[in-house]
Design a protein around this ligand. Structure first.
Ligand code: COA
Length: 150
């Protein structure tokens, strides 16, 4: 596997990030209902969109949101979206993206990173637990709230 690189989302990479082809059944997990309902309230100035490149190819996308003043803990340093191209999954791309997000959060002075995910066999639960998130609660939509100590 070529070296992985993190790059700020730009005009050239936006389409590639939007068009990453997932594995069958995974699309439904991309945006948890909790986030769907809160999306309008996000300030774009707080977003941290990055792509992961393997060589020249865009193989992953992560969007974080950093807002130290958010009313709820789980919105302060949150992974808002993460996805890895189906053909590149299982090779450490997701872990690399989470580590980059955790490094950024730490550098900004946060002590925990959070993420919300829907439970389900084709969902990302086992991935988030493998990279260190612990389930610390449920959202009103029955989704898992995970936290990673930084
Ligand atoms: C979740 C996702 C980002 C994981 O990316 P990935 O690049 O395949 O993950 P990695 O290869 O970095 O895996 C890291 C660890 O998680 C584990 N893991 C990943 N997916 C797993 C799965 N479905 N079941 C069990 N373990 C899994 C890996 O085994 C690995 O563990 P290890 O390092 O101890 O061996 C990817 O599957 C994806 O894009 N899913 C669809 C979109 C999605 O659900 N996003 C989350 C929205 S909240």
């Amino acid at each position: 596997m070529a070296e992985l690189r993190l790059e700020e989302l730009g005009a050239e990479t936006a389409a590639a990030a939007n068009n990453l082809t997932l594995k069958p059944g995974q699309e439904a997990f991309l945006e948890p209902e909790t986030y769907e309902h809160l999306e309008q309230s996000l300030d774009p100035a707080n977003s941290w969109p990055r792509v992961v490149r393997e060589g020249d190819e865009v193989v992953g996308y992560i969007m974080g949101n950093f807002d130290p003043d958010a009313p709820e803990d789980f919105l302060r340093a949150a992974i808002w979206r993460i996805d890895v191209s189906g053909t590149a999954q299982g090779k450490g791309v997701g872990r690399f993206a989470v580590q980059a997000f955790a490094d950024e959060a730490r550098a900004r002075g946060f002590h925990q990173a959070t993420v919300v995910w829907a439970p389900g066999e084709a969902g990302p639960g086992r991935f988030f637990e493998a990279v260190g998130f612990k389930v610390v609660g449920q959202t009103p939509y029955g989704e898992n709230l995970g936290a990673l100590a930084l």
